[in-house]
Design a protein around this ligand. Structure first.
Ligand code: THU
Length: 130
């Protein structure tokens, strides 16, 4: 699947966001090495701390379907500037993506994008217990 299609799927995925508290929908599409694609959205909870970000929803869907090697992620938010993932999601991304994996950040117009990498978003990440 092309990057453009991945971006379109991320935008579409934001329509499923469950955001009664923040009213800030996020949509995400993840491409696995196998070329399988998984989408996700943010899912909020009345106990705010239990909210799951869109990035982790999509990544956990991929992993739970057996895809642990991921190659690209597109993240869409209703924000004038391209949305940038939170610290917790960056750490989860570093678990399943190569450092050089492509990250596409998308602004609310669906056109303005920034391309970066997992390593750029989380340099010197914690990777090993030994
Ligand atoms: N959110 C995400 O889904 N991803 C991020 O990287 C940052 C924040 C969600 C959590 C919450 O539902 C809303 O955006 C406002 O913080």
């Amino acid at each position: 699947m092309s990057d453009k299609e991945l971006v379109e799927l991320a935008i579409k995925a934001s329509e499923k966001a469950y955001v009664p508290y923040s009213h800030f929908p996020i949509g995400v599409a993840v491409r696995a090495k196998s070329d399988a694609v998984f989408t996700g959205c943010n899912i909020e909870n009345v106990s705010f701390g239990l909210t799951n970000c869109g990035e982790r929803t999509a990544i956990f869907k991929a992993v739970s379907e057996g895809c642990t090697v991921l190659s690209a992620i597109a993240i869409y938010g209703h924000s004038a500037k391209p949305i940038s993932p939170c610290g917790a999601c960056r750490q989860v991304m570093s678990e399943f993506f190569a450092p050089s994996a492509k990250v596409i950040l998308i602004a609310e117009d669906g056109m303005t994008t920034v391309e970066t990498t997992v390593e750029e978003l989380l340099p010197y990440s914690f990777t090993d217990l030994t």
